[in-house]
Design a protein around this ligand. Sequence first.
Ligand code: SAM
Length: 289
Amino acid sequence: MFPAWNPAQHEITDLIVRHEPHSLRRLPVRKQDVLDVFSRFHNRQAERAVLGIPDSDGILDERDVNALLLTVHWEMQRLAEEFYHGHRVWNILRVVIRSMREVGIRETLRVVDVGCGIGYTTRWLATKVPSADYNIELAGMDLNSTLIAEANRLAHLEKLECKFLTGDAFSTEHSAHIFLSTGVIHHFRGEELVRFLRQHDRPGTQAFLHFDFQPWTLAPVGSWFFHNLRMRTRIAGHDGVSPAPQGKHEWPAIVSAAIRSRIRAASPSDGRSRTLNSTFSIPACSRFP
Ligand SMILES: C[S@@+](CC[C@H](N)C(=O)[O-])C[C@H]1O[C@@H](n2cnc3c(N)ncnc32)[C@H](O)[C@@H]1O
């Protein structure tokens, strides 16, 4: 296996940004600490990408990191556009909304895009879906204020009816009937993933839709191909290429285990595992890599 494909290691973007967990204040990141992580995995590609980030006195320059993250997210948006990702989300979301209406939920449904980045999915939905007809409210949340500022700027330019907020989507001051995400859950490993999923178990939350790699043998090859074809920054060329952190069968098992531990997944009636299973049976080629 190529060192960059070793799923035990975090992605570069997970390591070059750190927040104080409660205030979400950005914390300084030592370049050498990040380099040490990748050096342990002999991952020269990641080391080169990190070495290219400016620093002062060994601390990564926050402004450069933010600028880099914006570029990376723009590149991811381009890939999402090419893969008709918005359509894919809406095709499933509208079924979930319909089944919630069928069981008598009449209130305005709050749909929260967890880790929305610059908000492509939410902006796409706000452009294409008449929120008033479906009685939904669209919001994107991210821990990173720079990405949220960009999401708000773009939404404002297009006069879209959606909100973007900096913060932890699972914090108690926020609520969601439906959580969705794109390219987020592969950032979590083992217990972290279980913890992420457990946070969906909260009053009012009825469903979640998480879009990410299908963990299977050819996923890294396909992902590598599109990243090389499309991504220009070294970081975007590296992150998202490694296979999902869990093996082919472990990931669905972790999700099911988390659901058994009382997450209300999918539709609120009988459809917990039904919707989940249908998500996992979508052919790999129709997934956002
Ligand atoms: C790879 S980016 C997501 C990209 C974005 N969804 C897209 O499609 O372009 C992962 C993001 O998840 C955010 N994140 C992780 N956990 C979060 C949480 N609990 N609440 C809000 N944002 C979160 C991180 O700050 C990071 O920006």
